[in-house]
Design a protein around this ligand. Sequence first.
Ligand SMILES: [Zn+2]
Length: 676
Amino acid sequence: MSDNPEKIKSKLEKLRKEINFHNLHYYKDNKPEISDFDFDILMKELITLEEKYPVYKTPDSPSVRVGGEPVKGFETIKHEPPMLSLDNTYSPNELREFDARVAKITTEYSYVVELKIDGLAVAARYENFLLSVGATRGDGEKGDAITENLKTIHNLPLRVETTETKFKKFEVRGEVYLSNKQFEIINTEREELGEPFFVNPRNAAAGSLRLLDPKLVSKRKLNMFVYLLVAPEKYGLKTQFETLTKLKAMGFPVNDKFQKCGSIEEVIKFCNAWEEKRHKLEYAVDGMVIKVNEFAKQDILGFTAKSPRWAIAYKFKAAQAKTKVLDITVQVGRTGALTPVAELAPVFLAGTTVRRATLHNEDDLNRKGVRIGDSVLVEKAGEIIPEVVKVLEEERTGKEKKFKMPTECPVCKGLVVRKSGEAISRCENLKCSAQLEGRLLHFSSRDAMNIEGLGKALVKQIVELKMIKDYADLYTLTIFDVANLDRMGNKSADNLLKEIAISKDRDLQNLVYALGIRNVGSRTAELLCENYATLDEIINAKKEEISKIHEIGPVAAEYITEFFKNKQTKEVIEKLAVAGVNTKRKQQTQIKNILKGASFVFTGEMENYSRPEAKNIVKTLGGKVSESVSKVTDYVVVGSAPGSKYEKAKKLGLKILNENEFLALIGKDKGKSKLV
Ligand SMILES: [Zn+2]
């Protein structure tokens, strides 16, 4: 395109309009008019153009949604007025009591009843019609500034659809949530990576909002409903009903299932109807919110110390179903934790068929007194993971069997120990195969050593065939070992070994995380490596010293020092060193992660790098490499004599780089790259 400013501006405007239009159809009406792929192409075109001409980038451009630069931490925001919580009620009678309290103070009021979305409360401030500050609820008085993260939420407007000057500056509040479908997608992905599950959509949304990298937040595809305008009377609004309607007209996502009710009996009827229907919704709803509709009446009613007198929450009972416990089994996790699991006669509950329910630990199991053969009530905590809540003792026949936590590990027969003060029993044998499987998956996961191709099925086989005793032994595997595994040809065996060899070169923080120390996630590993330059320094660090590191604290410090004192740990670390695994912090920390999240496909020969070398560079910089071209590929790097991948990439309209452009992207030439 020529550099004619007017032309560029109008092209950008056209693109933004088009993307906003499709965005609206996709997220608001759930009726996309174009495929995800075509949408991504439009977005990429916009981003590329804005990067080429940054002066024309606008603060409300939809490209903001893909997320800006990572932040180091969150600033604190004071809420004015505070974000209060509501009192809860659990029965129609409690609602009638609430209504009686209102009627004592005022008359001639009505109610507005809204769905209570099971998410996280946030505040969003707008200035000059633009989203300017986002904050979590925090303790109600103060929350974290998560502005860049909030901007990635597709249905929250970056610019409001109004030009009324009174709305130049205002604040709305609402609930950030994940759809049930998106929650399952995220958990499936975590399972594949060997990462722990999120228990429910609310936890997943909370975890996502607190990520320091907005690009990752963007990928979580959070949603939001707005339900409150701060100081609505300032804007000439008289009722909650009117406010919700106005917010909707301004482009805010307002849940449209709200209703005005003339009496508390009407409120109760509406609540009961939703208690039945809520499982058909695409998001979790844990109750209803009832507000006095008229702001003038709200002002008369005022507040108690903790909550408004003009509003109350009505909590739904968690969905329950009756079934039978067919057996109680024990699962062994990566840290050796033994979790008793109730194997159930299949029962339909809140939208899915439930076959298993967690019993958490021995104490929990004993407190509930669950026996094999018992009839029980199961419940979906947070609407997703089922749990046994009650034994129906009156239905016992005398044939039920008590369950005892095993004293030896059901998998390896190793000693099971429950330390005093802890609720969890653990298999103490570091060589336990169940633990080993978990540890291997963790070791090879993306934030750890990132060994591509070492998935669940393969790890299971390797462990079953006793090919290795710990993760350090991965580096001793030979082509003969690997080629004998199921579904492993010579070529894929060779590739896997190359991937394993390449992983020796990961940065120290990846290794520290990969070791699988309890309470040490990737963030803690990062913090350790900011303070210590080598693995030896971490091993020799005193507990008191580690616990002084900001954000780490005494509990993790204890686990860290205990871990390195263990004899088996010492052996494993010795083996890693012998294998040539990098144990030092790399110096290139600033340029690290410049490719974060970007996916690459290579085709053809390069002059400067072999394929494994090039792949390793991409991974070291935080990117991913895959073998085949698809619509989610970000870059296709084409060397000489490229194959069919090149043709496919062209057809899909993907970003194609020659070797020089690739070098520029990874900072290996002097020229500056604008691609990332
Ligand atoms: Zn075991």
